[in-house]
Write a protein that binds this ligand. Structure first.
Ligand code: PHE
Ligand code: CO
Length: 297
């Protein structure tokens, strides 16, 4: 869930992958199923239980349906190949095991080909609430269920295709902001109320509550250029959540060629993570309580 433009290999990734090797071209490896310990399976079960108790009524219906239709295991780290049978049948996506964060161009190439890279290893028991880099719980539980939604599935592939272009044009920062505020931290308006679809929220117990219930953050309507101009936080809860009306809205808004849009955005001022702009459609202006005064990314 980190900003993939900043590619460093965290210690835990190095430790978990000791003695394993990945394909140097696409960073994939066979999921090392025999490396999961009883403790890992118990940690997965604890994380799964917490989120599955919390998310009904908070996560969007498409996510809850995906969890169910994919048959994501409640009691053990899922076998990727078993999951792929249902995922592939639903939308043609599949998941591939990777050692951890991978370089941007490799990431984009996977998405563009409907492959979602999933970190194979799981956090330690003392990291139930937070870890800095994505693990299998974040990547799989958080991201994969929505891939059975046809529109979201197409959006993520389109993002991958757009990645290379953004890189060549020098606008990876702007594209990464779009990913952050949609795929990782997006909210969606439904007939039943506001719901979560961002994986960074869905895999976090505390943010699953905070994003919808807290008076601190801003909640404002999605706007493509607005998102591309907005810095974000990687060390705290988000200061602003962007709300879409539907996955179709997201797909349609991001379908045009971004080349001219990047240039327009470039000419406009950047916005801080907690700023509310005059033209925003505001669902909530945050009261800013508890906001750390550390720097936005
Ligand atoms: N339409 C975008 C482009 O031309 C590609 C894209 C689609 C990027 C969806 C992000 C999300 O660059
Ligand atoms: Co993520």
């Amino acid at each position: 869930m980190n900003d993939r433009t900043d590619f460093v290999v965290p210690d835990i990734t190095t430790r978990k992958n000791a003695g394993l090797s990945h394909d140097p071209r696409d960073f994939t490896l066979p999921q090392p199923l025999d490396r999961y310990t009883a403790e890992d399976h118990a940690t997965w079960a604890a994380l799964y239980r917490r989120q599955s108790e919390l998310l009904p009524g908070r996560a969007c219906r498409e996510f809850m349906d995906g969890l169910d239709k994919l048959g994501v295991d409640a009691d053990r780290v899922p076998d990727f190949e078993r999951l792929n049978q249902r995922l592939g049948a639903a939308t043609g996506w599949r998941i591939v095991a990777v050692p951890g964060l991978i370089p941007d161009d490799v990431f984009f190439e996977h998405l563009a080909n409907r492959r979602f890279p999933v970190t194979w290893w799981l956090r330690e028991p003392h990291q139930l609430d937070y870890l800095q880099e994505p693990d299998v719980f974040h990547d799989l539980f958080g991201h994969v269920p929505l891939l059975i939604d046809p529109v979201f599935a197409d959006y993520l592939q389109a993002y991958g295709k757009g990645g290379m272009k953004a890189k060549d044009l020098g606008y990876l920062t702007q594209l990464a902001r779009l990913y952050w505020y949609t795929v990782e931290f997006g909210l969606i308006r439904t007939a039943e109320g506001m719901r979560i679809y961002g994986a960074g929220i869905l895999s976090s117990k505390s943010e699953s509550v905070y994003c919808l219930d807290s008076a601190s953050p801003n909640r404002v309507g999605f706007g493509l250029q607005r998102l591309m101009r907005t810095r974000y936080r990687i060390d705290t809860f988000q200061k602003t959540y962007f709300v879409i009306d539907s996955f179709q809205q997201l797909f349609d808004a991001t379908a045009p060629d971004f080349t001219p849009i990047y240039h327009q955005v470039d000419a406009m001022p950047t916005l801080g993570a907690g700023e509310v702009a005059a033209e925003d459609l505001v669902y909530q202006t945050g009261n800013r309580e508890g906001w750390a005064d550390t720097e936005d990314v």
